[in-house]
Design a binder for this molecule. Structure first.
Ligand code: UTP
Length: 297
């Protein structure tokens, strides 16, 4: 029986430069898909997977993120007085239990591995999840829940993975795994942003992990990797070399890279089209827009 995964780390200390100038004043994780900020999707996914403690790794200028999860008594009273129950429910979804959220600072954006390492004292000696809020995953069963269920069988460490096109694979952490169709694959090696042509497969790691505390020990040395950053991938690769207990998990669902502008726009459309209250108007707009573009060609 594996130890239950109760803690999740949300690294949100990046600079979000691809969304400048918006991210000069607004944290990337507060950018909104339809009417919910990216961070809300990640928190909901973690809750569905049974996470009880939520650790944010933040940085300067991310205060709006902490405020977002606060209770809002004045707003609540105003909505109640006006009988706006649906909005009241939406507001209450953002509330977190007292003490459920903790924040630690990453003083300099030295890389994802460093960000996770900043949470080491709060993580302690137990397995933990890591969720990158700019990877948003639409799935019938939330991705982290799928992973927690698979992890209950495997233990060790688990990284979410998906096939990516050959011309994109060198932007990811990539898995060396045996070929096969099983959702759970033993990982032989892992390499961050391999040079084109050297990638061990087209199975890329995306922003969901279940890790053992041993991975944090591999980060103690603060060694820099690809791009001069302290990489989480490198720490996981060292854990493979040490204990050979890392699994790739092919999740069911569609992942949107909301850290990129194109991915964010695609997610906005997909989530809008999935909503009963928006689908009709949005479809009509898209048909008209495409027709106009075709007519202009
Ligand atoms: P990204 O690679 O997307 O970097 O980080 P970024 O700074 O957020 O965005 P760009 O590339 O400048 O546009 C992936 C995740 O890791 C976190 C980010 O907040 C994001 O959730 N991260 C990255 C940190 O918390 N600290 C770091 O030092 C680097």
């Amino acid at each position: 029986m594996q130890q239950k995964v109760k803690k999740a780390v949300f690294p949100v200390a990046g600079q979000g430069t691809r969304f400048l100038p918006a991210t000069k004043a607004v944290p990337k994780e507060i950018l909104t898909l339809v009417d919910r900020p990216l961070i809300q999707y990640a928190i909901d996914e973690a809750r569905a997977a049974g996470i009880e403690e939520f650790i944010f790794v933040t940085s300067r200028g991310k205060g709006a993120l902490e405020d977002y999860f606060d209770h809002a008594p004045e707003l609540e009273a105003a909505l109640k007085a006006k009988g706006k129950t649906a909005l009241l429910d939406a507001l209450r979804e953002t509330y977190m239990d007292s003490g459920a959220i903790a924040c630690v600072r990453q003083h300099q954006a030295l890389g994802l591995g460093h960000a996770v390492w900043c949470a080491r004292h709060l993580i302690g000696d137990e397995p933990f999840a890591v969720l990158l809020p700019d990877d948003v995953i639409a799935a019938d069963k939330p991705c982290l829940q799928q992973m927690v269920e698979a992890y209950a069988e495997t233990g060790g460490n688990m990284v979410a993975a998906m096939e990516v096109p050959a011309d994109k694979v060198s932007s990811y952490g990539v898995l060396d795994v045996p070929t096969g169709i099983s959702p759970v694959l033993p990982v032989r090696a892992m390499v961050e942003k391999p040079a084109p042509g050297t990638e061990p497969s087209n199975l890329a790691v995306i922003g969901r992990y279940i890790l053992s505390p041993q991975v944090l020990r591999h980060l103690d040395g603060q060694e820099k990797g690809a791009g001069g950053e302290i990489q989480l991938t490198d720490a996981i690769a060292r854990e493979i070399a040490r204990a050979n207990n890392v699994h790739g998990f092919r999740f069911e669902g569609v992942r949107y890279d909301c850290g990129s502008k194109a991915g964010f726009l695609q997610a906005t459309l997909a989530f809008g089209l999935a909503r009963d209250d928006l689908r009709g108007e949005l479809e009509e707009f898209l048909y008209d827009m495409l027709a106009m573009r075709q007519a202009a060609q």
